[in-house]
Design a protein around this ligand. Sequence first.
Ligand SMILES: [Zn+2]
Length: 324
Amino acid sequence: MRYALGIDLGGTNLKGGLVDETGRVLFKASRPTPVEQRAPEPVVETLISFADELRERARALGLEPEGVGFGPPNFVEGKDWIQRQVNNLPALNDYALRPPLAAALGEHIAIDNDVMNAGLAEYHFGEGHNYDRVLFMAIGTGIASSIFTEGGQRLRYIFGWPGDTGHIIVEPRGRLCTCGGRGCLETVAAGPAIRAAAMRIATTNKSPALAARLTGQNTLEARDVTEAALAGDRAAGEIWDEVGWYVGVALTSYLHIYDPHVILIGGGVAEAGELLLEPIRRTIQSLGSPYYLQHLRGVKKAALGPEAGLIGAAALILLPESLR
Ligand SMILES: [Zn+2]
């Protein structure tokens, strides 16, 4: 059996673990992401000491990881891994991350964007392993996708991504987006948009459940909308119907472009489960071309949950180069 370490650089926590070649996580650990740092060196030192700690823990079990894979939530450019558009670790913006990591950890290191890693894990070890063409969409603070064609080939168009799939227009007369465009999917279906919708409805008299939660905790999250909807709050259920509608509109366009056999929804917002998936399916069925619909065998929740990112980061070491 072969092993590797995977480290996912989240906005709040670094999540790391030892993963075997079947995608199983043998152990995991986390530590706070050093978001306050202004200079890159302390961030790099944190990554190195976290990797060293994980490696020592593996060796204590008698297991030797072959290398370390990393998954930052930003673009990575060139052989020196220059970090671009880094939002949660601004100290790393435009920084060449590979040389100092290679000097400390050796040459068996790898990197890819966090959503690409999560998609890689789902494709090989999760819900995607029975399908050739897979579209994995992660919905969290932002929305992004990883798209696979036959034989595990991944679509890479700009910055190693399949494009900015969270910024397809679904509401042309809608709100301005953080990207500067108008009516993007993120403006109506990402975590902040769901939170804003919940806050709006909580201050009307339409949702007793959300109003009570807002009074109790001063803020609302997607999780509150899920719990309120499951408890029978109609207005909370309607928030998920609308989010599912918009995600379904976007995914129907992607269905027509990429012809996936399965669509997997991951990221924190996917924890809403059927509340989100059911309106997505209904929308795709109502808008889609029968030609493409006949190839689509399901719209499912991704299987690996919040561990997908670190499993995929380790998979960058464990999978053959042709599949990464
Ligand atoms: Zn946008």
